[in-house]
Design a binder for this molecule. Structure first.
Ligand code: ADP
Length: 341
């Protein structure tokens, strides 16, 4: 989980050192982010809304300048060599940038022209990309009436026409239905399998867990942890019991105090949630009866409970303020909750 300090810059697709970004109005959106991504990695930047993901990805993609610190992409400095960086990356913004009046094939031709893809290579590459994102059947249909997922896939294809070794994807699946999201995941995995380094921002825990080789957790403009999803989860070193309490608002603080003093889960971290309390402890599975008993003795009714291994949400919770009272506890989104296109 600790970054190697011995890697040379040229081995790295992304090398960001102590990056700060402050907007003109004085808002500091990124406060000292350091990250190194190796070539070929699928790297995630996971954090709730407002954590600084878009600001970070725009800074990596040369669209914003760091106020302090430095960024090198494929060995090039984003401030002194922005053109070289831009030629070696693809950047997919949150808003799709396709021309809706044009068909997928026409959109891709236009992008090939913009990037100066040699004419002799264009048609072959366009066919390949249409196939890759599954839009071969509608290659010559105006994209105006496409679903949100199809537009996103076309946008993702345009990002690849110049065969960049690194692609930046800014919350590419936000607002998509589960099926559209799955198709995009397949596509991202395929380009990564073909050797492209992928840097993805997301507020979906499951998305980061499923796709990323490694990820950084971002909170208030700071990287609070970096590692493989399974490492981050096992570092929490605990099991988790989430308790839904009757009259939660009234009882949860009392329940928290009570459980913090309970010998059976000594050393446990107890936090309140919207519905009650969550207890994280290496011993919690074996101590569930004591937990229920202690609450019962205090006249606090447990309406339901869930005992599980830690999720990335629990990792966040373990690393951030224990008194957070949102659900999910970190304020991040769960897949399947949004079904808008
Ligand atoms: P995320 O992508 O994780 O939702 P952002 O990078 O969009 O986070 O935002 C991080 C912080 O920077 C937020 O507090 C946001 O309000 C602020 N911010 C974003 N864009 C601007 C801007 N153009 N000017 C000033 N503040 C901004």
């Amino acid at each position: 989980m600790v970054e190697s300090q011995n890697r040379t810059e040229t081995e790295l697709a992304i090398d960001a050192q102590d990056v700060h970004v402050t907007y003109a109005d004085g808002t500091t959106a990124v406060r000292g982010a350091t990250l190194q991504v190796e070539r070929g990695e699928f790297f995630g930047f996971l954090g709730p809304n407002g954590a600084g993901k878009t600001t970070s990805i725009k800074t990596l993609a040369t669209l914003l300048h760091p106020t302090d610190g430095s960024v090198r992409i494929n060995g090039y400095d984003t401030v002194s060599e922005p053109q070289a960086v831009r030629e070696s990356i693809g950047y997919m913004a949150q808003e799709t940038s396709i021309d809706r009046e044009l068909s997928p094939r026409e959109n891709l031709r236009l992008t090939c022209e913009l990037y100066g893809v040699p004419e002799s290579e264009r048609e072959g590459r366009i066919e390949e990309l249409l196939e890759l994102v599954g839009l071969g059947d509608v290659a010559d249909t105006r994209s105006e009436k496409f679903s949100g997922g199809m537009k996103k896939r076309l946008d993702a294809a345009t990002v690849l026409v110049h065969q960049p070794p690194v692609v930046f994807l800014d919350e590419p699946t936000t607002g998509l239905d589960p099926e559209a999201r799955l198709r995009l995941w397949e596509y991202f995995e395929r380009i990564n399998d073909q050797g492209t380094t992928v840097f993805l921002t997301t507020q979906y825990l499951e998305e980061a867990d499923q796709l990323c080789d490694r990820l950084s957790l971002l909170q208030d403009g700071q990287v609070i942890a970096t590692g493989r999803p399974e490492e981050l989860k096992s570092d929490v070193g605990v099991d988790v019991i989430d308790l839904t309490l009757a009259d939660a608002d009234e009882n949860k603080h009392r329940a928290k105090q009570l459980l913090q003093r309970l010998d059976a889960v000594e050393g446990a971290t107890v936090a309140t949630t919207t519905a009650g309390v969550t207890v994280r402890s290496p011993a919690v599975r074996g101590a569930a009866n004591e937990v229920f008993g202690a609450l019962d003795d205090a006249g606090i009714t447990v309406e339901s409970f869930d005992i599980h291994s830690p999720t990335l949400d629990d990792v966040f919770l373990a690393l951030t303020d224990d008194s957070t009272e949102e659900s999910p506890t970190t304020g991040m989104a769960s897949l399947g909750t949004e079904v808008t296109q």
